[in-house]
Ligand binder design. Structure first.
Ligand SMILES: [Zn+2]
Length: 254
């Protein structure tokens, strides 16, 4: 199977690749599986935004929201791009979270504006306007996938050990991953995105405050619905995701 040209970007190619099977551990660039809220990266973004940091009330609101997210394990099971895995007991894993925004158009009034600033499309999602998109190997199987281009640390120091899989996949699950060059490009892009955000917020503090106010008003509506029994069955148990089991961490041959 050879690579093919991307139908969206002029120079991009769709990596064909071969799915890897029976992975024993999660490596940098792998799309993994964990329970986390898409609200979490937003709180990290807000707490890194100078205008918000200088507003004690807004900053405390964000810190309280993040504590709440973490203490109650709020969030659904979702894919994430592993930037680096944890050092068990010493350092949390760093990931880019992924979500579908309930498959609503990102321009929808029900989607908080901050996601328009930071969400980037995963091909074959064509994204919006002239925003960047990124490719996985093999290509993501649906066109509703977004990635929040702001890396976050997870809330504990456990290794990420479970790869993302779709409900209708046969076993063994295939591993979706982003190649090294794409991950580097995404990392550079995410830094640039935040730098531009910071500059705009500093120039227009009312913009930052409006985005934060809107976020507080609308984020509650994005809280996940209660999972059905079939979801739980198909996606495995919580024990599977939060087991502190120490898996061997090694680089796989490409
Ligand atoms: Zn492309």
């Amino acid at each position: 199977m050879s690579n093919s040209k991307c139908s969206i970007c002029a120079t991009g190619i769709v990596p064909a690749g071969l799915a890897r099977s029976a992975p024993m551990s999660c490596a940098t660039g792998d799309i993994c599986y964990l329970r986390e809220s898409l609200a979490t990266p937003v709180e990290y973004i807000l707490q890194a935004t100078e205008v918000i940091r200088q507003d004690p009330v807004a900053l405390q609101r964000s810190k309280a929201a993040l504590r709440d997210l973490r203490s109650r394990s709020i969030g659904k099971y979702r894919p994430c791009l592993l930037v680096r895995n944890a050092i068990p007991g010493a350092r949390p894993a760093t990931v880019f979270l992924m979500g579908t925004l309930r498959r609503e158009p990102i321009e929808s009034p029900s989607i908080p504006k901050v996601y328009r600033e930071f969400c980037r499309a995963i091909y074959p999602n064509s994204g919006f306007l002239d925003s960047a998109h990124f490719h996985t190997t093999p290509p993501w199987p649906h066109s509703s996938q977004w990635l929040v281009s702001y890396p976050i640390p997870l809330g504990d120091n456990n290794l990420v050990t479970v790869h993302w899989r779709f409900k209708d996949e046969s076993t063994p699950a295939q591993v979706y991953a982003m190649d090294k060059a794409s991950l580097e490009a995404l990392t550079v892009h995410s830094r640039k995105t935040f730098k531009e955000w910071q500059a705009r917020c500093n120039k227009e503090p009312e913009f930052a405050r409006a985005v934060e106010t809107e976020w507080r008003a609308r984020s509650a509506a994005l809280r996940p619905r209660r999972r059905s029994i079939s979801d739980k069955y198909l996606h495995g148990s919580e024990l599977l995701c939060f087991s502190p089991t120490i898996a061997t961490y090694h680089s796989r041959a490409k």
